[in-house]
Write a protein that binds this ligand. Structure first.
Ligand SMILES: [Zn+2]
Length: 310
């Protein structure tokens, strides 16, 4: 039996039920997410589409991905579990190279900070975002913590702690591999330090997800722009590359067929959008550039009516 026949022969919720207590919620089923800790259910299963997704940790996928993650199976093992069989050339997918020890240490640090960070509601982080005109609920992929300004992973020495927003950078397997911190002062304004945005761990290839993967997504550079676009286009999930340079390198799930590229109105922004269009078109995805009107440098400036000097 082929992989697609094997998938078609089972109902996703029958497999998920081995691990999650599901209750009906309209046309879908809902339960506590097995991939992150939560008290209110945000894990949805859609049997018609054969897909699950979690609004808490923004993981999504099909039955094979579910089995791989929840039971730690390899792709061929998950297929075999469903009674399917791989065509011979698919049996040995090349494994990704493990990161070097130094990179791994910084990924571990990013994960530790992420897990210890608290929800953003009621914190200086929320105050900062409200000050940037962001309304409504803030996605759970943004948290808040006081963290050292810098870490020396060789000596274990750390810099002074400062408050900041912690943005989760998730890799294609939905795991948090890196964080971007937006450092703040005690009034909730962006900290007056060199480089108030600092990354730890693996950022390239991953993204800050402000919504689940979907056929059409908006991809942009920074968290503030992403949150602005998410307000403006509530039906289209927004992902954030966490840096201009990263815009062309986000590894997207197969489900994403169209990428709307939200760019900054400056030279690096235009170059990044052009490169990103090349990359994602080469992956047979539709791409669309989207820029704010010329008097604004970015979408958040447009939201706040902050114009560029003429
Ligand atoms: Zn989850």
């Amino acid at each position: 039996m082929s992989v697609s026949d094997a998938k078609a022969a089972i109902r996703l919720s029958d497999i998920v039920r081995d691990h999650v207590v599901l209750r009906r919620a309209g046309r879908e089923l809902r339960g506590l997410c097995p991939f992150h800790e939560e008290k209110t259910p945000s894990f949805h299963v859609n049997d018609e589409k054969g897909l699950y997704y979690c609004f808490g940790c923004n993981t999504s996928g099909d039955v094979i991905k579910f089995l791989r993650r929840v039971e730690g199976l390899t792709f061929p093992e998950a297929v075999a579990r469903l009674g399917g069989e791989l065509p011979p050339r698919e049996r040995k997918p090349p494994g990704p190279r493990p990161p070097d020890p130094e990179k791994q240490a910084s990924i571990d640090l990013a994960r530790r900070i992420w897990h210890e960070a608290r929800p953003i509601a009621g914190t200086l982080g929320e105050r900062y975002l409200r000050g940037r005109g962001i309304l409504g609920s803030i996605p759970l992929s943004l948290r808040f913590a006081w963290t050292p300004l810098w870490h020396n992973l060789k000596t274990g020495r750390t810099g002074p702690r400062m408050p900041g927003i912690i943005c989760a950078c998730q890799n294609p397997d939905d795991r948090v591999t890196g964080i971007q911190r937006i450092f703040l002062d005690r009034t909730g304004a962006k900290a007056a330090i060199p480089r108030p945005k600092r990354n730890i761990g693996q950022i390239r290839a991953g993204a800050l997800r402000l919504g689940p993967a979907a056929q059409s997504i908006i991809l942009c550079e920074g968290p503030e722009d992403g949150l602005t676009l998410a307000m403006r286009y509530p039906d289209v999930p927004v992902w954030v590359a966490l840096g201009t340079g990263g815009l062309p390198y986000v590894v997207l799930p197969d489900i994403v067929r169209e990428v709307i590229l939200g760019g900054d109105n400056n030279a690096p922004g235009r170059i990044a959008v052009r490169r990103a269009r090349e990359t994602y078109s080469a992956q047979n995805r539709r791409t669309k550039p989207h820029f704010p009107p010329e008097v604004f440098e970015d979408f958040n400036d447009e939201l706040r009516d902050v114009r560029m000097a003429a």
